[in-house]
Design a protein around this ligand. Structure first.
Ligand code: 5AD
Ligand code: SF4
Length: 425
């Protein structure tokens, strides 16, 4: 099982290396590695994470070679667009995109108001076509390890909020490292998200140890641990973490502060900016379907994400979680979520857009539909089985075994013609 194809370094310019995947070139950051032309590397999130011996790389590449071109053909076929009819307003937006012009705020409102089924399908197809043109058939698959369900916060939407009666767990640092080792060495993951509630039991020292140990495995480390001091994130970067997943949840400050008591909107946004400055790859986004959310909020959510210049967009539906103040809220319709994926793609052609696990609440087909509406990244839950059900942020989370989830994901990616090449920077 392999979640990344090795690339060959064909040029090095300063801190950028050009790597080649069967003739497709991608620019990637050299990071701290000493890389020479002709060497083989794994890259993730646009960063070289590991070198590998030529013989090993060539063996892996020989198994991919034939398949790679077949996959590319399949993806190209599935992402063809044929636009028969559409309202003038939508056609003119598509014209703008074809001319590589940026969309205005008004365009986002127009797209958001699309309700007609045929027009929605047109949007999805158009966005998928743009994804194919920009990123070819590259699709990244990240593993996620949820290492603690303790949280000091009390967010109204979240099933592991402080006040929720729940069996709590904390994985020991060594247990986290062992789970990561298994994910990298046995399951073939090249990018791992380490996620928890805001749990200060994991102090700076513990986090640094975990990151240093996992970095040695040659994997891209994403942190999803909430608010910490900028200095702590700086040290974690130096220890080897390279990406952060931190949603701002909603662009509406008043709503934010209501549904996330004792937390600050400015602090979160400022931290996102600081993290970018440190050099982290940023994944951010919002929840859809919060009570009191207006159309303006929805547009602002997308535009705020864009303005933070993330490497990856991550947004998903609010799934009403029992035992939380939002347990009786309505779930956003699947079509609305797919529409948001498509609009995000049209707004930001270069971005990576993740199909979040929350989308699976709509059924197994939803991941496929997300990938066909402009998304190009997936996550697989690798939390050890004894903890998975306890990380109960929302109900009906898929709890199947990692190996079964991997099999299903590979099948899905094959059927769509997607390959695990890196998307570059
Ligand atoms: N439904 C959907 N997503 C949720 N999250 C927390 N609770 C829920 C819920 N009920 C998301 C938040 C957070 C991420 C880790 O999980 O957006 O950023
Ligand atoms: Fe804690 Fe995050 Fe849940 Fe809020 S959303 S209660 S910060 S785990």
């Amino acid at each position: 099982m392999c979640y990344a194809i090795p690339g060959k370094v064909v040029a090095v310019n300063g801190n950028i290396a050009v790597i080649d995947y069967f003739g497709e070139k991608r620019n990637v950051l050299r990071d701290c590695e000493d890389i020479m032309i002709g060497e083989y590397v794994y890259a993730q999130g646009g960063i070289i994470i590991q070198k590998l011996p030529e013989s090993e790389a060539e063996e892996i590449l020989s198994t991919w070679k034939e398949q790679f071109f077949k996959l590319k053909q399949r993806d190209k076929k599935l992402s063809q667009k044929s636009i028969q009819s559409a309202p003038k307003s939508i056609l003119s937006i598509m014209q703008k995109i074809n001319l590589k012009k940026s969309l205005s705020r008004g365009d986002v409102y127009t797209l958001l108001r699309v309700k007609d089924k045929n027009e929605l399908n047109l949007l999805y197809t158009f966005a998928n076509n743009l994804r194919q043109k920009e990123h070819k058939n590259a699709c990244c698959v990240h593993g996620i390890i949820e290492f603690s369900n303790y949280c000091k916060n009390n967010c109204f939407y979240c099933g592991i909020r402080r006040d929720k009666k729940l069996q709590r767990y904390r994985m020991r640092p060594q247990e986290i490292v062992d789970t990561a080792r298994n994910a990298v060495q046995k399951l073939g993951f090249k990018a791992l998200v380490l996620q928890s509630g805001e749990d200060s039991w994991y102090n700076e020292e513990k986090l640094l140890t975990i990151v240093r140990e996992i970095r040695k495995l040659g994997v891209l480390i994403f942190l999803s641990i909430g608010i910490r001091k900028k200095e702590t994130y700086q040290k974690l970067y130096e220890a080897g973490a390279r990406a952060v997943l931190l949603r701002f949840e909603t662009s509406n400050k008043r709503l934010f502060e209501k549904i996330r008591p004792d937390t600050s909107f400015e602090e979160r946004i400022n931290l996102l900016r600081d993290l970018k400055e440190i050099g982290y790859l940023i994944t951010t986004g919002f929840l859809m379907g919060l009570p009191e959310e207006t159309e303006d909020d929805l547009v602002n959510n997308l535009l705020l994400t864009q303005s933070l210049q993330p490497d990856m967009y991550s947004f998903g539906p609010l799934i009403p979680a029992p035992g939380t103040p939002f347990e009786n809220e309505k779930l956003t319709k699947k079509e609305e979520l797919l529409k948001f994926i498509a609009i995000a793609r049209l707004l930001d052609r270069k971005s990576k857009i993740v199909v979040t696990t929350a989308l699976e609440t709509y059924g197994m087909d939803a991941r496929r539909e997300g990938l066909l509406a402009g998304a190009n990244s997936l996550m697989i839950n690798l939390t050890p089985p004894q903890y998975k059900e306890l990380y109960d942020i929302y109900p009906q989370r898929p709890v199947n075994e990692a190996s079964a989830a991997i099999k299903e994901t590979i099948k899905l990616l094959h059927s769509l013609g997607r390959a695990p090449t890196d998307l570059g920077v």
